[in-house]
Every structure is written in C-alpha cells, then in structure tokens.
Design a protein. Structure first.
Ligand code: SAM
Length: 270
C-alpha cells in the first residue's frame, strides 16, 4: 500500500466501486506533492525503475526494442519512466487520471528539459484509436486502484497493434497476506492470500478516501487472458543486496524472504 497519511479508519472492507475510484482520483490529486517528496528521489526525474526492488528497464529490457516505437505509459504519475524512454528514442505518450500527478510531470519536464506528451484519462477508457500503440506499460499505475482492472486490460488490448507488448507491474499478490511492515513483524502472514476484500481508508465522514484492490496471481492471469492477450512471463524481481531503501512495507529485511513486486509481460496476438 502506498498511503501514509492520517485517516479516521483503515483496514479491509467492502467498498462501493464508484466511490472507490472517485476517492482514489481525489487522493492522487491531493497527495501528488507529498508522494513525490517521499519517493521522487528514489524514482529519479528521468529514470525507469520498475519497483522498489530497484529493477531498472535499462537492465531488464522488459519492453523490448523501444527506439522509434509508439509507447504508452498507463497511470504514469509524474512520467519518470516515459522521460527515460524519450532518451531511448521512443515516441512516448504518458497518461494518468490525476491532474495533480500530471502537474508534477510538468514540473519534472521543466527540471530535466525533457518534455513528455501527457494526456489526462481513465485507463479504462483510453482516448486512442484501435491498434495505434506498439508497447504499453505501467509501473504500479491504475490497476491496483481499480475494482474492475479487467477493463484496463481490454482497453490496452484494443489500442495495441497485433504483436504489441503490454507489461504491467503490481504489488506482488502474496504481500497481501502479510502486514504492510518493512521489519521482521512483516514476515508473519496474518491474512488469507485468497481474501479479496479491498484495503480501504475512511475519513471522518465515513467516506472512502483511498482504496486498493487485491488480485491473486491467478486473477491477474485470468484478466489478461480474458482480454485476448497472450501471457509471456511473470517476473518477480529479487531485492538487490545493495538496496537499503525502504518504501512503505518494502525493504531489505523482508526483501530477503518475500517477493514485493510481480511484473506481467503479455502481447497482443497476431
Ligand atoms: C504508484 S503511482 C504509479 C506512477 C509511477 N510509476 C510512480 O511510481 O510514481 C499510481 C498512479 O496511478 C494513477 N491512477 C490511479 N487510477 C487510475 C486510473 N483509473 N486511470 C489512470 N491512472 C490511474 C494515479 O493517479 C497515480 O499517478
């Protein structure tokens, strides 16, 4: 879970799907600056890190060849990954639902001198023509915050050209069985891996202010396949021994024993 702010109540509970997506959009708008001040240095303004484990696209090359390709970043946040891809010669479009996060992207554009084309949209309704994208990806964008992420996969399948690639990183589903704690306390399972009840934060008025949705590995696979995509790999990055960075419940203590991230690599048939 990425949230660190004070709330009236936080835990696992059912949440209305529309309320949750509305709340998440507002949360990212309101917390964009705080999120970037906490994680911006680790992410870098024009770097492409897939996850808190530190895996970089420069080393992993999960997107394949990007030079000259039309690349879409879904749930791009401040578009750090897209900015790195511009340097690799990709024709990038970064999209996000949050105006607050996209404003941070413009700030980083100005700081780096690398301007990324941005579009504000919901990942469940991409404002793009069919089959116009060579590669789509997200590093923790959109999917964890949606009760109906199957619609994101369907939209990506629609905009990908035949053979185009879709790579998405999410919190490793097994982490949902463990407390969100980077110390030894976080090494004992306290919940069922199979319990799909969302994580919700509720404000003083009893309204949801933030929500995340759990899918098992099998759930993710089924959603990708249902969109008509072909799954090629599930990458589980290992914690590098020289990475001392703690990000929420991620850190070197747990990283030695448990996966924190799952990266699914799929492609459109044809
Ligand atoms: C953890 S950030 C990922 C961005 C970047 N990779 C990072 O690590 O900062 C999650 C992003 O997903 C975006 N997001 C959430 N729901 C979305 C939706 N329905 N459509 C598009 N983007 C969404 C948020 O606005 C936020 O910028």
């Amino acid at each position: 879970m990425v949230h660190t702010g004070a709330v009236e109540w936080a835990g696992y509970d059912d949440v209305d799907a529309r309320e949750a997506t509305r709340a998440n959009r507002a949360w990212w708008d309101a917390n964009a600056e705080e999120y970037l001040s906490e994680h911006g240095e680790f992410l870098g303004p024009a770097d492409f890190r897939w996850c808190p484990e530190g895996l970089r696209e420069a080393d992993a090359r999960l997107l394949g060849e990007v030079a000259g390709r039309r690349v879409l970043e879904v749930g791009a946040g401040a578009a750090q990954c897209s900015r790195w891809l511009v340097g690799e010669g990709a024709h990038v479009l970064a999209m996000d639902v949050s105006a607050g996060m996209l404003a941070r992207a413009r700030t980083l554009d100005a700081a780096t001198g690398v301007r990324v084309p941005l579009v504000q949209a919901d990942a469940r309704a991409l404002p793009l023509d069919d089959a116009c994208v060579d590669v789509a990806f997200t590093a923790f964008g959109a999917i964890p915050f949606l009760p109906d992420a199957d619609r994101v996969h369907a939209e990506v399948a629609r905009v990908l050209r035949p053979g185009g690639r879709w790579v998405f990183a999410v919190v490793h589903p097994v982490r949902w069985a463990f407390p969100d704690d980077p110390t030894e306390e976080g090494l004992t399972a306290t919940r069922s891996y199979f319990d799909r009840t969302p994580y919700v934060e509720v404000d003083a008025e009893g309204e949801p202010g933030y929500a995340e949705f759990h899918r098992t590995i099998g759930d993710h696979v089924r959603e990708v396949v249902a969109a008509g995509l072909v799954l090629d790999d599930v990458v589980e990055p290992e914690w590098s021994p020289d990475n001392e960075h703690v990000w929420g419940g991620w850190g070197p203590v747990r990283g030695r024993y448990l996966p924190g991230t799952a990266i699914f690599r799929a492609h459109a048939p044809g």
